[in-house]
Ligand binder design. Sequence first.
Ligand code: FMN
Length: 229
Amino acid sequence: MTSATRRQFLALAGAAMAGASVAGCSIIGGGDTSSGSGPSKIDRPLDKTRTLVTYFSVPETDDPDNMTEDEENSTHVVDGKVLGNTQYVAQIIEKRTGADVFRIETAENLPLDHGTLEDLALEQQEANARPELKALIPNLEAYDTVFIGYPIWWYDLPMPVYTFLEQHDFSGKNIILFSTHGGNRLGETVGAITEKLSDSTVISNAFTISRDDMENTEAEVGNWLDSLG
Ligand SMILES: Cc1cc2nc3c(=O)[nH]c(=O)nc-3n(C[C@H](O)[C@H](O)[C@H](O)COP(=O)(O)O)c2cc1C
């Protein structure tokens, strides 16, 4: 992310907290659970054999050395391996819960250049596009709890995550949300997903962490997972 864009996200987040609406999109910068209407806890302990962690994440490089500022912003390096921020959160949830993992990927490779990725994401949002996915979850019936993780893109879900939500039948399942962001926290994504998956139980206690606070992720995810049960 360029410094200018970063400043813009932060400024917009501030404006949102003051109740403003920006560029036709009303955004909120408030608490982690502010827009969900579902229960804040799951009603029984997680059964790891019936839990799936899904995530969308776009690390803008796979080279841990000599990163640009944009590349650093979109990645977290663990043991010399480059992960996307959301991917890193997913990995911690996977380790703590012992659940299976499914990565949401688009059929077409996304550009890694930050500006080009931002432009494409905005174009897709303005067109309300549903980018094709590389694969769908092959055995969704095997799970009754599904974590869904995503970065905030242009104050909203990345459009491939809308494809993901619409191309699976999540009815009857517990849905637990997590995200990473550059200033806008969860935006209105919890409310949007709760509305979209009206036949599922979307837990209102969603997790979000800023890409600038990734060093605290392990502890924060642990506390959040404890607060769910
Ligand atoms: C295309 C694009 C749009 C973004 N839009 C926003 C935004 O509107 N608000 C925000 O807080 N952060 C925004 N960000 C920052 C990302 O949410 C943040 O860097 C996130 O941690 C990236 O996660 P990832 O590494 O898992 O892909 C945007 C990033 C990209 C690439």
